[in-house]
Write a protein that binds this ligand. Structure first.
Ligand code: HEC
Ligand code: HEC
Length: 202
């Protein structure tokens, strides 16, 4: 299948310096068919990856490559949407360390754009209090600061974050012990309030 061949070939060419920029274009075009132009997603179940700190981004790709994080099958959202659905774990399995580092740097340099999405203002106010009490230490500026090396929560898509919370709660996605201490006591209502707080930051 052409798709499965194309990615390893262009990734191998990361080692040939002249072609780096061009080949990065080919790989990012594949990423952007799900994550949106310049890594800004228009689909609520696909996270925006623009502006995420490079270390965090690379760690996510290594974790997918190790199949150590859940990765559901996803369909392509734009470009050739007839391509068969695939999983982040399969995508990452075709990436070399050099390709992962280059991709992480590429997306870290692009501007994050908050998703335009509905939220409930009263819930968001409750969520802000929970965030300030339990999360702000590591997720500063409302969860918008990439320099925390803790991802970007503010303005991320609510459906994607809802999935992330569920994966942490089930233990399927590994998390820092110090984060788990704060996450574990949260009720379903607390989580919903946090989701509306992050969505409210547009
Ligand atoms: C077929 C669609 C699809 C393609 C192609 C795709 N992704 Fe993803 N990606 C997703 C979905 C859906 C999620 C969230 C759900 C999950 O974890 O599986 C995700 C999650 C991620 C995450 C985790 C974000 C976070 O905040 O933890 C990163 C990083 C990522 N993708 C980077 C990439 C890169 C880089 C490429 C190209 C090499 C790529 N993706 C290609 C659909 C896709
Ligand atoms: C001790 C520091 C720390 C605390 C406290 C903490 N986090 Fe995190 N959080 C992190 C780090 C580091 C990451 C990135 C690593 C990862 O993806 O697991 C992260 C990732 C996340 C993600 C995944 C983002 C994504 O893009 O997939 C969510 C959601 C999240 N945190 C929510 C919370 C909430 C809500 C709280 C408070 C109840 C909290 N965190 C408290 C350090 C922390």
């Amino acid at each position: 299948m052409q798709r499965r061949l194309a990615l390893p070939i262009c990734v191998a060419m990361f080692f040939g310096s002249a072609a780096i920029a061009e080949e990065l274009d080919v790989v990012t075009e594949n990423c952007n068919s799900c994550h949106g132009d310049n890594g800004v997603s228009q689909w609520s179940d696909v996270p925006t990856i623009a502006g995420i700190d490079a270390f965090v981004h690379a760690e996510a790709l290594y974790t997918y490559r190790d199949e150590a994080r859940p990765c559901a099958e996803s369909k392509y959202r734009q470009g050739d949407t007839d391509r068969p659905p695939t999983r982040m774990c399969d995508i990452a399995s075709e990436l070399s360390d050099d390709a992962i580092e280059a991709l992480a740097e590429h997306y870290a340099a692009l501007p994050f754009r908050a998703a335009r999405q509905d939220f409930d203002a009263a819930l968001a106010a409750v969520g802000k209090e929970i965030h300030d009490r339990d999360c702000a230490r590591c997720h500063s500026d409302g969860g918008s600061n990439p320099d925390d090396e803790a991802g970007i929560l503010a303005g991320q898509w609510m459906d994607y974050l809802r999935l992330a919370f569920a994966e942490y709660a089930s233990g399927d996605r590994e998390q820092l012990e110090k984060m788990q201490e704060k996450m574990a006591p949260l009720s379903a209502a607390d989580v919903e309030a946090l989701l509306h707080y992050y969505a409210s930051q547009q």
